[in-house]
Design a protein around this ligand. Sequence first.
Ligand SMILES: [Zn+2]
Length: 469
Amino acid sequence: MATATKTIRQKLEYRDGISHYFETTQELFNRVAAFYFGVIEAHPAILSFPPTQALTKLEQLTHVTATNVNPVMPLLEVATNVPALFRRAAIHAALGQAHAFFTSLAKWRKQKEEWEAKLQRKQNRSPKDQTQRSPKFKLRPPVPPRHWNRSVTFYAGQYKELNEDFILLKLYNGQDWGWFKFGHSGRPLPQGEEWKMGSPQVVRKGKGKGKWDYRLHLPFLKSFSSPAKAEKQVLANPELKICAVDLNLEENLAVATILNSEGTPLVTRFIKGGREVNGFRKRLLGWIAINRSKTGLLKEGETDNIRLWQQIKDLDENTAHRVSRRIVEFANQNGATVIVFEHLSNLKPQKGKYSKRSNLKRAYWLKGKIFNYTKYKAWELALLCCRVSPYNTSRECAKCHAIPLVRYAEGQGQPREGYKVGAPLVYCPVCGMRGNADRNASIVIGQRFLARYQNLKEKPPTSLPAMVG
Ligand SMILES: [Zn+2]
């Protein structure tokens, strides 16, 4: 079985007076979690038990009941009026943190031991070196968290009546608990029985000037049978369709082509809008540069830039989500079960103005973002994402595989010799193929992926270049 998870982030609607209750609830949650972290530190053997048993052991050590009158480390000394399900959520937060901490501590100890053993061996080999000062082990040990700042997890019983628009949360005001109803809005919750919801969290986010905003995070989990490995799909499924994607820095942000198992292109989708995104981002970066040059004179310059950077971040995020969603939809609608990209090649350093250089860098990062988002969106539908070598993908002819192609722009008349970077059309001097440059690159990417595995099959005799076309 495979699983996919996603978190739906929702805006919570609440009056200003209520936000204080989120704070007191979160403070209590962290006080309880920090207390349990301390209990685990004092009884580290607890970590060797599975979660449910570890929870029982921790409650025996801390929780007063009719049969457990004198626990070793009573929770009552740190906090009173802690509902059972709130306590359990805090215990799980502490257990998670403790597992992470003790794992990295064990790793650090092992590194230190190995380092010392190595030093010892060296000294045994040449004892005269002992007079020399030996280098110290410099890596610092991990430290347990000093401040606890976890978001509150609401187990069933601490929240209720969740629907598309509302949720009821049990909150602490410093003395008592009460139920509060909140509106929430944002992305629609995933439909379909296969998605199971986990425990909601209320997440605090800085709004600047010491103000906080509280959001609702709803985690969803889906289980499905694992898709076959890429190699198996290529070798065992003659009906296989793949979706090959060429990502770009220009107008065509992505060009996706569906190929059958033979490597024949079936249909292509152009996902455009690169010019608008790049133009808008470049303008924002230009304003940032202007503000920077004035910062010495204008204090406001910096706050302005925070807003501008946020706009750039939002632009890139939204673009990455939009493009990745369209790629996955296109692949899925056409029955493709594997999506193929090329590895990102290194970004060549650019000369020129700040806005131009930064814009290119961010456009390049955007490609990475689109790949990552496509990968997790595809996985929810049990589609695989793979990558191939980017070597010459835009200079190779998809028909006869000759290198290099001639790139030219429309209206240039007969394509001439040479390779004009960024020109939209290609012409192959070997086989006479003409077509869109980005579409050609996407087909080459798909064929390269298929060839990786088809080489494992018996190879048919290759025809001589003169016989092609
Ligand atoms: Zn050709």
